[in-house]
Design a protein around this ligand. Structure first.
Ligand code: ZN
Length: 381
């Protein structure tokens, strides 16, 4: 056996489909990722308020790290010197990093966009930086990312067709440069990103360009950027089917539980969102009966758990009254417990969907998911 044949490769296998929904496994040298998968966001080398082992305990197989944040602080070079992002943040399982493109557009100051890339000033200290497809690939390699994303540009919606087309075509030229710069790295994957807004013809053109270059997986970019759920689902009714069926499909930046379920129904395999952790820090909990605002005075004397059917530590050991109290007192455990619950709930939805797709009962599961949410929170005492 040659050395190359012994190197574990990145691979994807589909185990079952139900309608357009799919379940399978992405295999990487750092472990398997069960799909459909939800990736918690570890922006600055931490999923805020959570220890890595706790994130794993919620059922997460993979985390997302943000190139933009990490390149500015503590820098990719420093992380590389310290042994890479997995070691640095004590997460040995797979990590996907975004390309930095989206956050340069949304967070940095004084951006200048050219064919070569983007120059910008850091939102932290005003220092000047450049991101190009080549530099993004270099940073993601320094971080040691298992799944690397192409550097792309994403226009905010609504935008006119000319703007969407020129942006998409620039992203396709950058995708080719990203592929070239990424090179051949066994065990690591490079994902292309389909753009084209909500326009079917541009989505098609983008998919064709990406397939010609060839990637290990394909993301749908430029969605969940303010277009609304109906418009997003309208695009997901056709866009995923333009991408290869034998490669993972990743919908970036999604979303709320009903967004996630609707995306999986339409053939999406991977998603990420800051929502469960960010909501947890602002007193918002997501349960099978919808959203609960723990700040509300109705919880102050309520000895019941947030969700009596949930097995997370917040629901197993604490009352709504306690969660309400620690939020009001601004205790750190408030964000910790609610984040844990939210991440646990999101992962539970994913496991339920994987089971339902494997069992051919996705439609029935989805109907029950919506019926429970429609009931709303339990009645006050
Ligand atoms: Zn819970």
């Amino acid at each position: 056996m040659t050395q190359d044949a012994q190197t574990p490769r990145f691979s994807f296998s589909l185990n079952a489909t139900d309608g357009r929904a799919r379940t399978g496994v992405i295999s990487t040298p750092r472990g398997d990722i069960r799909t459909p998968a939800f990736m918690p966001v570890g922006t600055a080398a931490t999923v805020k308020a959570m220890m890595p082992e706790s994130v794993r305990a919620t059922g997460a197989d993979i985390l997302l790290g943000n190139t933009y944040h990490l390149m500015l602080r503590p820098t990719a070079e420093r992380i590389a010197r310290l042994g890479g992002l997995h070691k640095f943040m004590n997460w040995e399982r797979p990590i996907l990093t975004d390309s930095g493109g989206f956050q340069v557009m949304s967070l940095s100051d004084l951006r200048k966009l050219t064919e070569k890339g983007v120059t910008f000033r850091s939102h932290i200290d005003g220092s000047k930086h450049e991101l190009t497809p080549e530099r993004s690939m270099e940073i993601q390699k320094l971080l040691g990312s298992d799944i690397v994303m192409c550097f792309d540009e994403c226009p905010a919606l609504p935008a006119d067709r000319d703007r969407i087309a020129s942006s998409m075509r620039l992203s396709m030229r950058w995708a080719e440069r990203s592929r070239e710069a990424f090179g051949d790295r066994p065990g690591h994957a490079l994902f292309g990103i389909q753009q084209g807004g909500l326009e079917r013809d541009f989505r098609e053109e983008s998919a064709e360009a990406l397939k010609k270059i060839g990637f290990d997986g394909y993301a749908l970019g430029g969605l969940a950027v303010g277009e609304g759920q109906e418009a997003m689902f309208g695009c997901l009714d056709f866009a995923p089917d333009m991408l290869p069926t034998d490669k993972p499909r990743y919908l970036m930046g999604v979303g709320k539980p009903d967004d996630i379920v609707g995306a999986v129904k339409r053939g999406i395999d991977m998603m990420d969102c800051v929502l469960p952790s960010r909501s947890g820090r602002t007193g918002q909990a997501w349960t099978r009966r919808g959203q609960v605002n723990i700040k509300n005075a109705r919880h102050a004397d309520d000895p019941r758990p947030l969700d009596e059917h949930c097995s997370c530590p917040a629901c197993s050991h604490y009352s709504r009254a306690y969660l309400h109290h620690v939020f009001r007192a601004q205790e750190m455990i408030s964000g910790m417990l609610l984040t844990w619950h939210n991440l646990h709930y999101f992962q539970e939805i994913m496991q339920d969907m994987r089971d339902a797709i494997a069992g051919g009962t996705f439609a029935a599961w989805e109907a029950e998911f919506h019926a429970k949410r429609a009931m709303g929170d339990i009645d006050p005492l």
